[in-house]
Design a protein around this ligand. Sequence first.
Ligand code: ZN
Length: 293
Amino acid sequence: MDQGTMIETEAQGGVMAAEAAARAALLWRCWPDGKKSCPRCHAQSPYILAEGRLRCGTCRYTFHDFTGRWLNLSGLSPAQWLELARAFALDANTREAAAAANISYNTAFKALTVLRLAILAQGTDARQLLGPQTGLSGLFSSGKLCPSPEAATGEIPVYGILSQGQRVFVDMVPELTAESLLHFNHNFHLRVARLGHILITDRYKTYDGLVLCGDDRLPYHYLLRHQGQPFAESGSPFWLYARERLRQFKGLSARRFPLYLKELELRFNRQGEDLLPMFLDALCAPIPTSAIV
Ligand SMILES: [Zn+2]
């Protein structure tokens, strides 16, 4: 073996060892007690087939260790997932995260969409956000991300920013739509500021402000300017934090907006904490069946 081949073989050995370690780290999060069960009927002790596949003895479903979990929505290897999630936990943008995981920008963009969906799915309001009103569930189907989901239709959802001490909770306000917000702006002098496609309002009930991200469906030219700024523009610590970051996100759309809101909610509430374990747990969690169309 010449020196070049030896170096190559060693490098391959290193890559394989890194993959094996990453796989073990993710497996442990998927199956903490080591006992595997069928993702379909939850029967325990599946048969082990060739090439790491498993078969349920009860319903005969064939699956593998990551079937039905968020990380399986993307074709990333365990080591690539680990590197991507580590970079994202350190607040890397898509380009930086792609470089860290040694994958293309587009692959990283899609994988970060999966990670953001997984983060959102951990929230107490996940059922509502993955429901029909946001259109988020249109981003994936049959265990895969949709390569080019159809444009969102229907009403544009409105979210509320609720501050409680140092913490914030951003939730969907299902009884409101973009139309009701324009109505309040016209008839009740609700102050509204615009940031690209995003609208942020003055205080509303217990909320620091209402926020939405619209698109061509929204008649922005109907907005009336009232004197003064909406409260959130100067008085909501979360909004001041989120506003600058939202400006930098590429690919922001009405449908993807809640993904970014929930990511920022988590980052805001967990400043100074290591987010990686949380991200990995989220990726390894099963996709809720209510969200599978
Ligand atoms: Zn089964």
